[in-house]
Write a protein that binds this ligand. Sequence first.
Ligand SMILES: Cc1ncc(COP(=O)(O)O)c(C=O)c1O
Length: 350
Amino acid sequence: MPTVEDRARSSMQERLENFRALLGPTPITPVTLNIGGRPRTIHLKLEGHNVAGSVKARTAYGLVRSLLEQGRLQPGGRLLESTSGNLGIALATLARYLGVSFTAVVDPLIAPECLHRLSELGADVVTVTERDASGGYLLSRLATVAELLEADDSYVWTNQYGSPENPAIHRELTGPELLGQLPRSPDAVFAAISTGGTFSGISQYFREHSPGTAMVAVDIEGSVAFRGSPGRRHLSGIGASRPSGFLDDSLVDHFAIAGIYESAHYCRLVLRTAGLHLGASAGAVVAGCVRYLTRHPETDLVVCLCADGGEKYAGTVYSDAWLRSIGLEPPPEADAVPVASEDAILSGVG
Ligand SMILES: Cc1ncc(COP(=O)(O)O)c(C=O)c1O
C-alpha cells in the first residue's frame, strides 16, 4: 500500500512532468539589420516565450528534477537559490506548481518587475546589500545562501553555479531544439554567459551534432565569468563575479565582451527594426553577433539565443535617464551600427 508520503511524492513527479510541457519550443525568427552597408540576417531564438518568461525555466526544471530524483526535495520542502532574477522567477513558478516553498537571495540590481513577480508568486526574498570584491553581488549572495543553509537544514539549495544539471538540461533540451528548428547546421551560435550553464550545455550538444558551428560566448564588461577583468557592473542576468565552472576552451570558439552601451543600442535597434523587445543580455549577444558578422563576411546562418524579453528592462537599457545616470549618452537613433564604439568596447571576437 502506498503511504501518504509516497502518494505526495508521485503527485509531485507528475506535476513536474506537466511543467516540462511548458518549456519551449520557443520561436526562432529572422531579423535583418544593415551591417556595414549590407543587409545581414540574424536569427533570434526568443527564450522569453518559455513559461516564467526566460531560458531559466529550463534550468529550474533540470535542477529541481534531479533533486526530486535524488529524494532531496520532498513534499513540503523548501527550495533556496541565489538569483539575479530570472532563475528566481522560474523557481518561484515551479515551486508554486509543485506546492513547495521557495526563498530567493537577490541583490539591489534586481529589476523591480522581478521583485514584484517574486512576491506575486509567494517567494520569500532575502536581499544582500554589500558588493563583493569583484564589483558584483554574486559572492555576497552565495555567502548569504551558506548562512541560511547553516542556520536551517530544511532548505534545499538548487545550486545553479555548481550543479551539473544546469548545463545538462541545456544539452538535453535547448541544444537539440535549436538545431532541429534550422534548415541546416548554423555557421555560428551566440549566447550570453553568467553561470555559463546555458552556453555550456548547448555547446556540448553542438560539438557532437554540429561540430562545424562556431560557438560564441558573450559577456558584459566587468564580468569575470570567462575571461574578463573585474569591474563594477550595472545589469543583472549577464556576467558573474567569479569564473564559470561550466566553461572551458573546448566549448568556446570565440568570446566577446559587450558594454552596456552596445546592449542598449542593439535592444533599441531590434525594437525599431523588427518590433521585438529583447532583454539586456540579448542586446549584448546581438552586439557580439554583429561584430562577428563584420569580421566574417562569408558567414550566413547565425543564431542568437535571447534569454528573455524586454519587459524587465524599462528602467535600464531602454531608459535614457538610467543610461545618463551611469555616465552614458543614449545611443543615437539614426545609427544603424555604431562601429567605432563597438571597436572600442567589444573585444576578443576572433
Ligand atoms: C537575462 C539573462 N541572460 C543570460 C543569462 C545567462 O545564463 P547562464 O547562467 O546559463 O549562463 C541569464 C542567467 O540568469 C539571464 O538571466
